[in-house]
Ligand binder design. Structure first.
Ligand SMILES: [Zn+2]
Ligand SMILES: [Zn+2]
Length: 157
């Protein structure tokens, strides 16, 4: 299969809720989060880092790298995404939990819209989506067996 521009990246369940955003919030350091966002706007402009959509609300997404031998989850980068590309990243939440289903409905969207966005950005078929999603969930299941040591890279908390 060809390389996909927009891929699903599921965070192992053992490290759910542990992110830069959460840390900033818990430690009362939201100014750090705002600084990260401001720097992103300055560096990358006000557009989705993946699909390039402009004039929309942008959500900062943490891109993680996984060392599957040492079980280290390292923060590779943070980029601004549009809400649809961001939903693909966290597709487990949006399409596979009750909370996600409710929020999706509240946003006036359905599973079909989310899948259609994936197919449009990647110029692929729904079958390609299904195959990619299955693989992403297999990786997720395997990685969720382990505890991960987190490495926030050059972001100091
Ligand atoms: Zn996008
Ligand atoms: Zn995210």
């Amino acid at each position: 299969m060809k390389t996909l521009k927009l891929i699903i990246e599921l965070v192992p369940s053992t490290v759910w809720y542990s992110s830069i955003y959460r840390l900033c919030k818990e430690k009362n350091q939201m100014h750090k989060w705002h600084k990260i966002k401001k720097e992103l706007f300055e560096k990358e402009g006000r557009k989705c880092w993946i699909c390039g959509k402009e004039n929309i609300r942008l959500e900062a997404h943490e891109f993680w790298e996984y060392d599957d031998l040492k079980h280290i989850q390292k923060l590779g980068a943070i980029h601004h995404l549009c809400s649809m590309c961001h939903k693909i990243k966290h597709i487990g939440l949006w399409l596979h939990t009750e909370d996600g289903a409710r929020m999706l409905k509240e946003a006036g969207l359905s599973e079909v819209d989310v899948i259609a966005h994936f197919c449009a950005i990647n110029n692929c078929s729904v079958e390609d989506f299904d195959k990619h999603k299955k693989e992403a969930f297999e990786i997720f299941a395997e990685r969720s067996k382990y505890n991960w040591k987190q490495d926030f890279g050059n972001i100091i908390m």
